[in-house]
Every structure is written in C-alpha cells, then in structure tokens.
Design a protein around this ligand. Sequence first.
Ligand SMILES: [Zn+2]
Length: 401
Amino acid sequence: MLSRITNIGKIVTWSPSEKKLVSLENQEILIEDGLIAEIGEKVGSAEVEFDAECALITPGFVDSHTHPIFFGNRGSEFGMRVAGKSYEDIAKAGGGIISSINGVRNATEDELYGFCKNHIDYFLDHGTTTIEAKSGYGLTLEDELKSLRVIKRLNENSELDIVPTFMGAHDFPVEFKRDPDLYIDIICDEMIPAVTSEKLAEYCDVFCENGYFTTDQSLRILETAKKFGLKPRLHADEFKDSGAASLAAKVDAVSADHLMAVSDSGINALAKSGVIATLLPGTTFFLGKNTYADGRKMIDVGCDVAIATDFNPGSCTLQSMPMVISLATLYCGLSMEEAFVGATFNGAKSINRENEIGAIQTGYKADMLFWDIESIDEIPYWLGSDRLLSVMKNGELIEED
Ligand SMILES: [Zn+2]
C-alpha cells in the first residue's frame, strides 16, 4: 500500500549519506508497505494521504537501554531515598533489586506479561518507536527464560519494536553471594545455551562494576555469549572506574553504557574501537546525584554517543526520550544536535539497526514523529511536556487510547 505525507513544515534528521544533521523544507514523503519509498518536492500519488498541517517531522526515538521486565513497583523506596537513604543503603538493607527479583520469580509468565504491557504505551506516548529491552530480574534459568519470552510476546503484540537482550549477569542472586563463580558457571553453561537455542535474545549484557561482576567474570560471560552468537554490550564504570570501558573495547562490544566514572584511558579505548558510548543521565537525575557522565569529553575524543532512558523500577523510572535530551544537554555537555542524534541515529547504531531506523531516509522504516514546534531546540525546551502531535510507526499513525 502507498501513502503520502504532504504539507510538511520541516523534516529534521541525521543524514546517513552526508553524515550530518539536515533540515529539509518543501518536501513530501511517499511510504510503501511501511517503508519510506521516496522523499522529494513532489512524490508519486498514493491511496492514503496524510496532511501534516505544517508539523515538524523527526525520526522516532530509539531507546537503546531499558529494563522493562519487572513485576510490581518500588514507589515506597522512593520515599526512603528522599528521606535520606541512598540506593546502596537500601540495597544493603535487603531492598532494592531483590524486591524486583522476587516479583519476577513469583509471577507467572502471563502475570508478568500483563504487568509489563502497561509500560509499553508510555514509550510510544513520548515518541519512542524502538527500544532495547533486557531481562535480568529473574536470575534463574527459568525466570530469565520467562522474562525473555515476555519480551518476545510484547514485541509481537505491540506497535513498539523491542530488541531483546539477555542480562542474567545483572546482579548475583542472594543464593550465590558466597559462591559467585558458581553463578557464572550457570550463566555460561546453562542460561546462554538455553536462551540461544530458543532464539530469545540478540545481545548479552553484563553489569561490570566493583561489587558486581569483575572484569574477569564479565569477560568469561561475554566470550561465551559470542560463541553462541549473542553480541556483547556492557554496563560500564557507573559508580567507580573498574576498567569496564576498556573491556568493552576488548570484547568488541557494540555499546558501553553509563560511564559516569570512566577513566580517560577507558574513553580513548571506546573511541579507538568504535564502541558506542551510551549515556543514561536519567539515572543520575533520579538518584539525586550530580555525577553526570562527561559526554563532551567523549565526543571530543571521537566517541559516537547515544543517549537512553535506562527505564527500570529502582534507579530510573523515566520513559521519555525528550526528557533524556533535556538532561543530556543540561548536564552531559552535549549540544542540542548531538543529543538529538544520540536519541535517534546513534541509538539505532547501538542496536545495529542504523540501516533501517533512526533517520528519515529512503528505504528506512516509516517511524516518524509529528511535532508542534519550529525547531528541534524546542524538544528539550518544553520540559516534561512534549509538543508531540502524533507518532507514526511503520507508516501508520498510532491511535491514542
Ligand atoms: Zn541499565
């Protein structure tokens, strides 16, 4: 089926061929079977017409780092935190991630699916058309498989595209705290083979950090994952520099994420090896800290920087990419253009989909946002209240519920 968008105010997108951000006026877009077939002053005729009413059009956002598979919420912990307890304090007291792990373990697959389905519409409401989604609150073979099966069902039953990541190495389950290497054996010998034989994930992620998974343990997990065809990505140097960014370069990870405490040598390793540096400023904000990642330095030494929400029930409940753009420009040293590219094209790159999403380009998916704004500067400017008119996914406007 052919459809055509006319009366477009402006198209703002990264241009993969020109390698720069472009702003196009007096253009129409022709869409065929969900893909952009033509962009030009006058495109061919179509069966369906969309009048953009002078809206500014951008690509849909790509949120390349989320943890949306959990059951129940931790709102009460927020109260504890604002009363003075740190995230680390709450974790030590037996709260934090453990309550999310128990939630996933005690829920049936259908219950987990029903709960997680609620989050999906919020991503779309804020203009996100693709997310990467991690397992990692099950931490047993069965509960990790259950989480990944839920991701698969969510992807099949919603308009949002969801790219699955296995993250059995999110934390050590309490039952293995005394023998962490035994848990690494289970990840490598049981979980990774089962996940890949059911084709439930595309990536493998590890929380590589002092007090969590060491660089040696992370290396073993990611090398095993690669043998089974999973591509590596890493939670790296969030609280302290533990050499995780350099490890990301060593294992050829597609992305190293967080990087609030990364060393200069770690940044150089990322730049040299082409690992995407993914910044998650919502987490720093939600934790009430001021240790934002230095995106300016990363870009200046040549890193490709993506930005994402890190949506999860403990350290960041943010699902809005416009808000992430606000935070990245205010606190990570990114220019407006760099943050916009980080939320679209570089996000797509970090999930190896830069040839199909993240830009408005012939041959790409017709995932587009229609805005009531004059320039992209207004995306972060209208703080927390997006001037988003409509969201188009695969060439069709998403109906509001
Ligand atoms: Zn994360």
